[in-house]
Ligand binder design. Sequence first.
Ligand SMILES: *Cc1c(COP(=O)(O)O)cnc(C)c1O
Length: 401
Amino acid sequence: MVYTLTTVSIYDQFGIRAIINAKGSSTRVSGGFLAPDVTAAMTEAGQYCFDMAELQARASTVIAEVTGAEAGCVTSGAAAGLLLGTAACVAGLDPGKMGRLPDTRGMKNEVIMVRSQRNFYDHAVRATGVKIVEVGLPDRYAGAGVRDAEAWEIAEAITPNTAAIFYVANGNARPPLPEVINVARKAAVPVLVDAAAQLPPVSNLKRFINEGADLVAFSGGKAIGGPQGSGILSGKHDLIMSAILQNLDLDIDWDLWTPPPFFIDKARLKGLPQHGIGRTCKVGKETIIGLLVALRQFAGETDTARQARFRATTNKLHAATGSLRHATVTVQDGTTPRMVLTVQPSAPATAREICLALQTGNPPIQADPSRVDQGQIGFNPTCLRPEDPERIARRLRELLG
Ligand SMILES: *Cc1c(COP(=O)(O)O)cnc(C)c1O
């Protein structure tokens, strides 16, 4: 089997070619694919209508169970979670402030961030109208240096205008999150964690909340295997309530507004907020249901089982590729065991040229080019379909003999 019926019919209708995704769940290659249960749940959800506040309230209960947080909501991606989370830290439960964002005059409007953690996704934080206050110098970069930002530097940057500390979780992130939480707690400033791509291990669903983070954003379209445009924001009840109020359609009559009080407590509000800044990142019902099904499946599989699944795919690819005249192929172990192809100097093309040939050939194959400058091409197994290893191997043999 080369193409499933579905692929053929999409191709016929729109002239769109499916690619082989050996890059992994990156957004530009459309994430991964949905498990049949997730697709079925989304199709079913599309056949009914729901009250969106009730749907998100149920989602909150499921997310709370899985993450150990007080509450949560489904977002249209981790980046959307960062925007909503920041907006929640700035506006709290004040409907007036919610309505004025991104004009943050007269509000706490500074977000502290370690300089070495600045990245392209922090646009989502800045979009709310806050100013990022950078802390620390990543002197590890110099080679001789060993230091990065330290907790005392974050403490020193906190002012009465500090809305939040934004932390981007990663194996190399400095200072360690518990040290950041410690200074944040002393100053009663919330900590928002970007944990978009920190899964697996499954234990990370709970880890940052356990360490004391106030809000944690995960991507739903990466390892969780949810819809590509989905994510989770989990955390403290009041902050999630603020986030969801700034996300939902609130064009409602106050007396006719009956959200579940455990999720949105009307008694805490002096009035009904207008459509908020997060209305821009609307989440559909199919997305909410699909994400919840995927999340339960992800949390229900052990890391060992998942790793074994990925290793089997990688081994299959490695075996099918065999030995190539102009490159060596090895299996690199880790959370996601992957195949690494190292192009020999004798090869007719550089690693970058081979990536381009893979990408523009038939079938189009997207591999991981992050180490092409070192002559290496990575093949990530997480988004490969059962027939893909054989198809990739055939193309590699064509290109590299
Ligand atoms: C992928 C990623 C995001 C964005 O996640 P989406 O779900 O695509 O919005 C944000 N931050 C980091 C560190 C990421 O890796």
